[in-house]
Design a protein around this ligand. Structure first.
Ligand code: PLP
Length: 324
């Protein structure tokens, strides 16, 4: 069943040239553009807003009064689900991996500010997180609430429709687009872009959130297009994961510094920093070339920087070494 999306973000987001970053990567000054999907507005912004417009639209159509979703403690999607709930006057419960003892900074602080209730699921895998979320929904129903479960990362075929719209904006903003580079987490963002732009035009940089991210992208994208989409046919780089999802790798640290110091653009250590490190690697190995129009899709995630102890220490180091 198809439901209308609910308006949550501010669109279209701008596309900006990035000539100094382009030069630093070995591209020409006109080659690189940044799609500012960090500027989607609500709750600090980020890519998840586009997906939530569809998934929350469906929840409202079903009569939900409470949004429930899952994620890592520093989930941007969880924070933005809380913001969507606040905007619409709904309750929200975030079912998070781990336990309450860790850092409460970054996205977690914003979750609190936005009025989310948190349910800690312990050290579980994705399946365990889904079980915990189903239990939370059952408990909420017993109290008379009408919960709607928003999928992990907001990713589903329905959520990916938000990125079909982003692709339409991109087509108008950068008509000669050759490659859109995007972080690949739960898969919905890349799926929508691939469905609308084609597999050849989208390079996904895996962040290490899923065991088989390409399969997820293909599954979400296939119903949105008549093109045949297979996991094997997608452009996916898996060389930026390092030792795991939240690890700050050397290339990611360098990417954070490069974007900040060439264009004044702040990336995050888990998603967008990895995407830029992947783009740098793609230029080095010739997958992305000078003379072609490349768009770096900035998907947001800034609060996650403040929730990442190692990344904050790395950023602070810059302030120390730059003291006059
Ligand atoms: C800032 C940011 N960028 C990119 C992504 C990846 O998007 P997706 O989960 O749709 O693959 C996420 C979420 O996981 C995110 O929070």
């Amino acid at each position: 069943m198809s439901h209308p999306p609910v308006q949550l973000g501010t669109f279209p987001t701008p596309v900006e040239p990035a000539p100094r970053l382009a030069a630093a990567l070995g591209l020409g000054p006109e080659d690189l553009w940044v799609k500012r999907d960090d500027l989607t507005g609500l709750g600090g912004g980020g890519n998840k807003i586009r997906k939530l417009e569809w998934t929350v639209g469906a929840a409202l159509a079903e009569g939900a009064d409470t949004l429930v979703t899952t994620g890592a403690p520093q989930s941007n999607h969880a924070r933005l689900t809380a913001a969507a709930a606040a905007r619409l006057g709904l309750d929200v419960v975030l079912v998070l991996r781990g336990s309450p003892g860790g850092s409460r900074s970054g996205n977690l602080a914003l979750d609190g500010l936005l009025g989310a209730r948190l349910a800690w699921a312990g050290d579980v895998d994705q399946a365990g997180l889904n079980v915990a979320a189903a239990e939370v929904c059952a408990r909420l129903r017993e109290t008379g609430a009408r919960p709607a479960l928003i999928p992990f990362g907001g990713s589903s075929t329905l959520g990916a429709r938000g990125y079909v719209r982003c692709a339409e904006e991109l087509r108008a903003q950068v008509p000669q687009l050759r490659t859109a580079v995007v972080a690949l987490g739960s898969g919905g963002t890349m799926a929508g872009l691939v469905a609308a732009l084609g597999t050849e035009s989208v390079l996904g940089v895996d962040v290490g959130a899923l065991a088989d991210p390409a399969a997820a992208v293909a599954e979400f994208a296939a119903p949105l297009t008549t093109d045949k989409i297979t996991a094997e046919g997608l452009r996916v780089r898996r060389d930026q994961v390092g030792s795991g999802y939240a690890a700050l790798t050397g290339p990611v640290a360098e990417a954070l510094r490069l974007a900040a110091r060439t264009e004044g653009i702040v990336l995050d250590p888990v998603y967008t920093g990895r995407a830029l490190a992947g783009l740098a690697a793609a230029v080095r190995d010739g997958d992305v070339r000078p003379g072609q129009k490349t768009v770096f899709v900035h998907t947001g995630g800034l609060p996650g920087l403040f929730g990442h102890t190692e990344a904050v220490a790395y950023a602070e180091e810059g302030a120390v070494t730059h003291a006059l």
